[in-house]
Design a protein around this ligand. Structure first.
Ligand code: SAH
Length: 243
């Protein structure tokens, strides 16, 4: 057990390297080791010192990936002798980021931990003129995973379809046909929706249309992972005015 080593779980933000907190950058500068994910912008690694060890532990979807156990092993192996170990994760580590699993593991192994929040990717859809709540139009936000651990669709999508809230689905592209089916079954096939890939990055792509057309639109515009599915009237608010 080594109580002096520390693991800092950092949210890297949605992709634009400027959308990270100052607190995170200050820690990156001091880090001895950075274990970084697939979705982080690699430009962020430039904040690290020359002798910082940078280890890729990404989990690209549908491909060979670093198992969570291996990441845990690396945390245990590197967080020794007063080392500052950073776990750099896309968006916010506590929004579908498994950040708490790593914190629990580290604490179980006597490693001190801390957390620095990041801007979760759904907040970057504002850069494409989509507000997630709007007075009189959306009463809240329902944030749901499109890929449960067992591969099935969350029942919450059905429940959310009954509400006056915006639905944001993370990790949903693989299950898009099933998500659309679910919405059509709830009689909401015409609900306005959007798909946004690479939000906050220069090559971001966005399409809008009724939920029932999303699969065709995704194919036409070649929208794949990493993308968010946004369902709700907020995706249809008119923002194009002459100024
Ligand atoms: N912790 C991350 C989410 C990780 S789950 C966060 O807070 O954003 C991975 C999913 O996040 C992807 O399948 C996609 O739905 C979404 N995602 C991450 N970055 C994205 C981006 N720049 N644009 C659109 N979706 C993104």
């Amino acid at each position: 057990m080594n109580l002096r080593a520390e693991l800092v779980i950092i949210g890297a933000g949605p992709g634009d390297p400027d959308l990270i907190t100052l607190k995170a950058v200050n820690i990156l500068k001091k880090a001895d080791v950075i274990l970084y994910d697939n979705l982080i912008n690699q430009a962020l690694l430039d904040h690290a010192s020359a002798n910082c060890e940078k280890i890729y532990v990404g989990k690209p979807p549908y491909k060979e990936y670093t198992p969570q156990e291996r990441i845990h092993e690396l945390i245990k192996e590197k967080a020794v002798d007063n080392k500052l170990v950073v776990r750099l994760k896309g968006g916010d580590p506590f929004v579908f980021g498994r950040g708490m699993e790593e914190i629990i593991f580290a604490r179980q192994n006597g490693i001190k931990t801390s957390y620095i929040p990041g801007i979760t990717s759904m907040l970057a859809v504002g850069l494409s003129d989509i507000t997630l709540t709007h007075r009189g139009i959306s009463e809240g936000i329902w944030i749901i995973t499109g890929t449960k651990k067992d591969g099935t669709l969350s029942r919450d999508i059905q429940l959310a379809m009954q509400s006056n809230t915006t639905i944001v689905i993370y990790m949903g592209m693989k299950n898009l046909p099933n998500i659309i089916k679910e919405c059509i079954n709830c009689d909401k096939g015409d609900m306005p929706a959007a798909l946004i890939q690479h939000a906050s990055l220069p090559y971001t792509k966005i399409v809008k249309g009724p939920v029932k057309d999303l699969e065709i639109l995704a194919k036409e515009h070649k929208i794949t992972h990493p993308a968010l599915i946004i369902i709700g009237e907020v995706t249809k608010i008119e923002t194009e005015f002459a100024v």
